[in-house]
Design a protein around this ligand. Sequence first.
Ligand code: SF4
Length: 593
Amino acid sequence: MITSIATWSAPSTERTFDLAFVRGFVQETYAGGGRPSIDPIVFFKLQLVMFFEGIRSERQLMRHAADRLSVRWYLGYDLGEPLPDHSSLTRIRTRYGVEVLRRFFDAVVDQCQQAGLVWGKELYSDATKVQANASLDSVKPRFAVEAHLAALFSSETVEKPAPGLEVGHSDSASADHPLIGPPDMPSGEVSSPGEQPAEKASSLPPRQLHPSLENTTREELARTNGERHDWIERLGEPDRAVIRGTYRRMSDFQVSTTDPDATLMSTKGGGSHLGYHTHYIVDGGKARIILSTLVTPSDVMENQPVLDLLWRVRFRWKLRPRQFTGDTTYGTAENIVALEEQHIRAYVPLPDFDQRTDFFGQRDFQYDAQRDVYLCPNGAELHHSPSGSTEHYKLYWAKAKTCNACPLKAQCTTSSRGRRLSRHVDEEYLERVRAYHTTERYKKAMRKRSVWVEPLFAEGKDWHGMRRFRLRQLWRVNCEALMRAAGQNLKRLLKKRGWGRRPLPAEAVCAASHPDWEDDEQPMEHAARRTWARNLIASMVSLGSIWGMRHAETGTFAHAVVVHVGAPSCADAHTLTETSPRPTDIYLSYLLD
Ligand code: SF4
């Protein structure tokens, strides 16, 4: 039996997911006159085809759309009708910017919520490393690059481009000068003569949400908000002017001339790549809906943007989470205090410093909150000492005379000046979180965490090109991540609406890289050869078979990867080894561009 794999079902998607709502999002980016534009619905349909098929380039996408009847039908193009040029997709994405793609992501989450797929009582967070589309060879000393740019543009003002107002590139290799400021507004099908959407948007006065506030309060709030670092507003860009102590990041000294926003990240094999962190906030409901995503340079740790993401999730979808679960990286005092003050239980592991010392640990001392003193195992008191205390830690000191005469001193300290203890100013919150650690609810949440967010990353990496961004610069990779997360949510939504079994994305099946790519320095052209076993296993699992084999056939226009699943027929028997099992029932063929 020969079966051609249906990669995704265009009719089912068309029937179950109406994209008419996107017209409202992009209205302000179009002018009344000008040349006829590409329908925004077509743009988003093409993005969905790209996601579902695991296609990594707009050129490849348009070739795929031209050859595939079902895709033409889905887009609403007749057989002889010319499809949009691939470069138009780049221009449209540039015109829309991150904001429109975020609205699209939000709209998908809205529909998931309306379909009852969002529970909202528990939230889980994690981040994964994603390789940037840039080579390590492009890393140069930052001072040299900045000096070069300063010399090049000494008579011009080089400004950081506003997200969405910068010319992108349809294929990653076409970025000419990523470090250079914003080029002109792109022309083409979506250009609006003499009018720019960002100007229109900025000319509108901001909407007053709390008219009852006093002017002074409003100004105070505006000033406070202006001073804080809004990770979502800044698209994950860190404030590099902030330096903690003597610690300096590698990215303070080095920059990639290909993708200046990507930073060096270590990989499992001990090497390093340029890359980003993709952060997900995931709902604890059965559908595992992604509620928020953000891409930051890889030197931004998970705990830094998490509060901004959480608050946005909470207010955007009016959720009242009871608990937040994350790994050790999220267990900072700042995060714990913020969560607990909002009555959200912070289920995060905390480091156990007591295990790292041979002397009495903090647990061996009793804290008397009323008197603000610690009682040591020998019954002596440790009093708060302002000298030596910092903004975040209070120092407690025992008298030197008492300690030097103490029979337990060998187990407590080697200092002749008496034992010292430090206590975090928000220690009561940390103690509350430590108390959670003994509860069954916490243990259950931690077990759930290990299987909740990681599989979404694995799904993205195995099937939807998440191992490596195809675009460059923060705003573009954020666009890419938002579209991917929207697609992942959409799969759950369409399944709920009767889409049926989720098919395999054919392009991703053939082009997915090895799961251990970080350890594996083989060039990308060997990817198909390296992934045959995984493709075969995926086919076997999806068809419930216990046997399979694969071989490749090269044609004039395409490379056919043939996978036999089940057991072989007589016709195929000659390709099998002596020890292989026999009967065949299913013969699958993937077309690889
Ligand atoms: S050394 Fe000092 S702080 Fe430690 S047990 Fe003895 S008296 Fe207490």
